[in-house]
Ligand binder design. Structure first.
Ligand SMILES: [Zn+2]
Length: 92
């Protein structure tokens, strides 16, 4: 009979530890990046300083860097401001 109680206690402790581990009791359990979580990060438009999520942004790859703008208008303005006037190969 005592053996059964000890067994039940061990099972209870084990089950509790398992449940705690599954529900993310540790610090590692909090970050559950599910693929597209990065698309929800806020980015600031370098032209008009508006904040928006990357999912809603207009992407531009410029000089090896990934840039995001709130609208195509801001993207075009950025290209106009950054492109040097004496560069004829500005069009892509
Ligand atoms: Zn903008």
């Amino acid at each position: 009979m005592l053996k059964f109680v000890i067994l039940a206690l061990v099972a209870y402790v084990f089950f509790r530890a398992l449940k705690n581990w599954i529900s993310g009791g540790g610090p590692a359990g909090r970050q559950q990046a599910t693929g597209n979580a990065a698309d929800d990060v806020l980015i600031q438009d370098p032209v008009c300083k508006t904040y928006f999520t990357r999912r809603d942004g207009v992407h531009l790859r410029h000089e090896g860097r990934d840039l995001y703008f709130c609208s195509p208008e801001c993207r075009d303005r950025y290209l106009l401001e950054t492109s040097s006037p004496d560069d004829p190969s500005g069009e892509d």
